[in-house]
Structure formats: structure tokens, C-alpha cells
Design a binder for this molecule. Structure first.
Ligand code: SF4
Length: 399
């Protein structure tokens, strides 16, 4: 089986006591239908990942975690590792054996509910004993989806798979629009694309190409200009454009050049709602006004690239942030596929535009930040906020 990029896999954690049958349950779900790729843990404290193609959902990773009742120093480390996996999970299966619910299991259920992680209570080992009525009543009382299975006999395993598919977060199933809902056939949309040192040679970048494509799909007209030519282009158009979309970095000049009666936004903002949740990123940006001396800020880029002298994440945003807030801030910049382990120490995360991430991965990062109580925003929204034009560029979405 080809390995899908990690970001494109649904993450499902199996949580429960030792010997609840978590590993057997994974084996029963994946069966012998396909080859299973198993990542043996790098250290004894890490949960073990098993990859599987759960159709029609697509690739998923099951995390077989340590028992929530694990004991001793090593046990505590294992439980910590389990909780870390939980924070980035899209779905949790809470596995309960024939001994039924106990205090620890109830506690973890409430924790998972609190973290707003979708979950299923899986009563396993029903070949030995069916669950007690009181446990089923408890599941009903808290509104939990639950199912009785036997990993050993295969009873209800197909139903469990169907329940997993049904419970998968909606962001996996949604068809998102980039700009299609903001425009109509016959509209003129002006796109402002700076061709500076940061622009790749001889081509446009993916977000620009995708936006043009969606404008064409909606029978509207795309006019593409550099920021220098914008004023001329607006003057020469016989019809008022329905929308101007600019690269965030040119927003200050562009907002001055575009008359107030023409709607304006940025590529980054379009992508904020396409890949993540616009409202959460806007909420995150509000934290900028509350920053204090000594606060830690995380600037997170989803991939590594050649660092330019006026790099947006390393130079421009930190400079604008310090100028805007007038505070002494500690700013860390990380790039790559994982968030730092110690997210809690940050007062704010400013994430890149995530053009290389799919929606699932961006939503996972967003959820992980919120579950750890760290507000998150992104480059485009932060830049517009720091340049004082956030309200204007959000207007097309809220009218
Ligand atoms: S994923 Fe982020 S860091 Fe990588 S190119 Fe896209 S916006 Fe830049």
C-alpha cells in the first residue's frame, strides 16, 4: 500500500485500560484485506501507528496507545504520550472490556468531551460478557455513540467501521469554495500579484492559480495586475470590479489605491477559510491587542523554504508585531510537519498560509492549538491586523 502523506490521514486513537483489547480491535478492523504498514515506536513510551485505507473515507492512521491505567514512572510517561496523540486526533475510540466502565475510563471520557474530540465508546469482548445495563445507560445519558463488538469473533466490526465513517469530522467531507460564493457570472475580479524577489521565477504560485481557476469556473473575468499597475487598471475598467484580491504583503498600498466602494480582500484570507476556520483565525488575531512584555509567540511554517533577507515569517511579521504592540516579545519560528511539543508556553500562534497543507492537516493544527488553549491566527489575517486594514478585508465575508 502506498503511504499517503501524514497530513492527509485521519488520525484515530484507541484509548482504554491495559488489556481492553485495543490492539486486537485494530487488527480486527484492518483484517487481512490489505497489507498493514506498522511504525514500531521509536521509544517505549510512544503510541504505535498502524495505517489503513478505510473506504470511502480514505487513508487513516490508528494509534494504539498505552493503557490509561499504566503504572510506575514509565507508565506515567506512556499516559502523557497517549494524551499528546489525543490532542491531534480526529476521532477517539474509547475501548471498554468485559469488566465495564470504571472511574479512570469515565474521567478520560469527560476529558475527551471537554477537548471536543469526536469519540465512540466501544464495548469490546462481548464474546465473554455483554456490557452492564448501567454502562449502556451512562453512555446514553452523556449522549455518546456506542457499539458492542468482539474483536475476537468479528462481531459488529463492520458496523464499527461504518460508525467511524459516519463520525469522521465534517471537514473531511466538505467541498469548500475559495471565492465562488463571493462572485457571480459576468463579474470582474482584479487580482493583485506582486512580482518581487519572493515570487518564483516564470510562474504564479498555487493559491493565485487556484483562485483564477475558480473565477473562470464561475463565468467571471479575472484581471491580473502587479500592485504598480493597479491604479491604471482600475481606471481603465469600464465596469466596477466586484472584488479586488491582493497578496497580503501589498495590502497597505492596495487598500489605499482601491476606492472604498470596491470590496477588497487577500489571497491569505480566502485560504484561511478554505483550509481552516476564518472565524477562529480572526478571534486569534484579537489576542495581538492583549500581548504583554515577555509573551512567547510562535510563528509556524508548514514547510521549509530558502530564507530571504526580508523573509515574511522571520523578518517582516516579527518587525510589524513589535512595532504594533510596542512590547518585548519572544518570537520563535519553526518550520516543518510538526508543531512543537510545548505549545502551551505560547500566547499566540501565527501560522503560515498553509498552501502545502490540506484542510485536514490545517484543521488538526487549529484544533490542537485550541485544545491547548492557545489562540491561533495566520499570516494574512495577522498582517492585515498589523497594517490596520483587517475590518476592510473581512467585509466581503460578513455582508
Ligand atoms: S506551506 Fe506555508 S511555509 Fe510552505 S510555502 Fe505554503 S505558506 Fe509558505
Amino acid at each position: 500500500m502506498a503511504k499517503a502523506p501524514r497530513g492527509e490521514r485521519l488520525i484515530i486513537s484507541l484509548i482504554g485500560k491495559r488489556n481492553a483489547g485495543k490492539s486486537s480491535l485494530i487488527n480486527a478492523i484492518v483484517g487481512q484485506e490489505i497489507a498493514i504498514v506498522s511504525d514500531t515506536a521509536g521509544t517505549t513510551t510512544d503510541p504505535v501507528a498502524k495505517h489503513y485505507e478505510l473506504l470511502p473515507l480514505g487513508p487513516v492512521t490508528f494509534y494504539d496507545t498505552a493503557g490509561i491505567d499504566d503504572k510506575g514512572e514509565l507508565g506515567e510517561k506512556r499516559i502523557k504520550a497517549t494524551k499528546k496523540v489525543l490532542l491531534k486526533s480526529d476521532l477517539a475510540l474509547i475501548v471498554i472490556d468485559e469488566q465495564g466502565m470504571d472511574e479512570r475510563t469515565e474521567k478520560i471520557i469527560y476529558e475527551i468531551k471537554e477537548l471536543k474530540i469526536p469519540y465512540i465508546l466501544v464495548f469490546n469482548k462481548t464474546d465473554i460478557k455483554e456490557p452492564d445495563e448501567k454502562d449502556i445507560n451512562f453512555a446514553d445519558k452523556i449522549g455518546a455513540n456506542h457499539i458492542c463488538v468482539s474483536a475476537k469473533t468479528g462481531k459488529n466490526i463492520d458496523d464499527l467501521k461504518n460508525l467511524i465513517i459516519k463520525m469522521a469530522p465534517t471537514y473531511l467531507k466538505e467541498e469548500r469554495v475559495l471565492v465562488g460564493d463571493l462572485i457571480k457570472g459576468g463579474d470582474i475580479i482584479v487580482l493583485v500579484v506582486p512580482i518581487d524577489l519572493a515570487a518564483p521565477k516564470g510562474r504564479l504560485i498555487l493559491p493565485q492559480v487556484q483562485t483564477i481557476r475558480e473565477i473562470l469556473d464561475n463565468d467571471a473575468t479575472a484581471v491580473v495586475v502587479k500592485e504598480r499597475e493597479l491604479e491604471d487598471a482600475l481606471r481603465n475598467l469600464k465596469k466596477k470590479p466586484a472584488l479586488v484580491i491582493t497578496d497580503s504583503q501589498a495590502i497597505l498600498k492596495v487598500s489605499a489605491d482601491v476606492p472604498e466602494d470596491i470590496k477588497l480582500t487577500t489571497f491569505s484570507i480566502l485560504f484561511s477559510r478554505y483550509k481552516g476556520e476564518l472565524s477562529e483565525f480572526v478571534r486569534g488575531a484579537k489576542r495581538i491587542d492583549e500581548l504583554k512584555d515577555g509573551d512567547n509567540i510562535l510563528i509556524s511554517e508548514a514547510c521549509s523554504h530558502h530564507v530571504q533577507s526580508d523573509d515574511i515569517g522571520r523578518v517582516k511579521i516579527p518587525r510589524w508585531l513589535l512595532q504594533y504592540t510596542g512590547k518585548e516579545l519572544d518570537i520563535d519560528v519553526v518550520s516543518g510537519s510538526d508543531f512543537p511539543e510545548d505549545l502551551e508556553k505560547y500566547s499566540l500562534i501565527i501560522h503560515c498560509g498553509a498552501c502545502m497543507l490540506n484542510r485536514m492537516e490545517m484543521m488538526r493544527r487549529l484544533n490542537e492549538s485550541l485544545r491547548r488553549n492557545v489562540p491561533i491566527t495566520n499570516y494574512g489575517i495577522a498582517i492585515s491586523k498589523l497594517q490596520g486594514v483587517l475590518e476592510r478585508v473581512l467585509e466581503p465575508f460578513f455582508i
